[in-house]
Design a protein around this ligand. Structure first.
Ligand SMILES: NC(=O)c1ccc[n+]([C@@H]2O[C@H](COP(=O)([O-])OP(=O)(O)OC[C@H]3O[C@@H](n4cnc5c(N)ncnc54)[C@H](OP(=O)(O)O)[C@@H]3O)[C@@H](O)[C@H]2O)c1
Length: 234
């Protein structure tokens, strides 16, 4: 059976990937910071839970040691937004943001390279803001843009293991529930900014991730899942 590790898999898009992978017959390992939440989802879908914090290399190394008998795929969804203008940057939060999206996945590659099966893959998470500069999106945009380059360079470094990224637009993943009544406005504004006239649903992302796992001739790519938002003018 193929084993998949989903980092950030206890909630939102990570949890949606973990659920689908379990349904599709993968052996699923969920790695996340909140161990009780991770264990609860793992028990529900028949997966294994592990504590992985991308800010803490020791947890990544320990997970790789525990999974030393082999991992086929790794999906990492980590994100720690720091949505401020340049004059308001906080050094620690800046480093945290880069660690969740870029440095952490590099350390995952470091520790899991000896464990990953040659026909396996890594899927990273970028996001449309990387291609949509604007006030307050400096850090998110730059980290998401860096993920595209990380996919290319890591693919060359880890070959034949494939490394790709997905770049979602605004997806109703659960992450936006914190906006309360403001969520509906965000979703409709984002729908208006696409060519297809709607916001994203978790299945839009999960379908693409699952396709990438089996796409044996695709490596170093970023797949844009944002309804053509980058191509919409006016
Ligand atoms: N939803 C969207 O509209 C959208 C749009 C564009 C891009 N994306 C990207 O898609 C990915 C998933 O987003 P989402 O919608 O599922 O919600 P999210 O709230 O952005 O999810 C972030 C995930 O990262 C995990 N995480 C944060 N710091 C971590 C760390 N140090 N170590 C391990 N895990 C860490 C969180 O886990 P905890 O439970 O531990 O906090 C959570 O599972 C993110 O990379 C996001 O930037 C999402």
């Amino acid at each position: 059976m193929e084993r998949i590790l989903v980092i950030g898999g206890a909630r939102a898009l990570g949890a949606a990937v973990a659920r689908r992978a379990a349904k599709d017959g993968y052996e699923v390992v969920i790695g996340a910071r909140d161990l009780p939440a991770t264990e609860a989802l793992a028990a529900e879908i028949g997966a294994t839970a592990m504590r992985i914090d991308l800010q803490d290399e020791a947890t990544v190394a320990a997970a790789a040691a525990e999974l030393a008998d082999g991992v086929t795929h790794i999906v990492t969804t980590g994100s720690a937004p720091h949505d401020v203008r340049a004059t308001e940057l906080d050094h620690e939060r800046l480093v945290t943001a880069f660690t969740a999206k870029v440095i952490g996945p590099m350390l995952v590659a470091k520790h899991f390279a000896p464990v990953l099966q040659p026909h396996g893959s890594i899927v990273l998470f970028s996001g449309v803001v990387g291609w949509r500069p604007g006030p307050g999106s400096l850090v998110k945009g730059t980290t998401n843009g860096a993920v595209e380059h990380l996919a290319r360079h890591l693919a060359a470094d880890l070959a034949p293991v494939r490394v790709n990224a997905v770049s979602p637009g605004v997806v109703d993943s659960g992450a936006w529930d914190r906006l309360g009544d403001g969520k509906a406005a965000l979703l409709s504004k984002s729908a208006a900014g696409t060519l297809v006239g709607r916001h994203g649903e978790p299945d839009d992302v999960v379908d693409a991730v699952m396709w990438l796992l089996g796409a044996g001739f695709v490596s170093g790519e970023t797949i844009h899942l944002e309804g053509g938002a980058r191509h919409k003018t006016g």
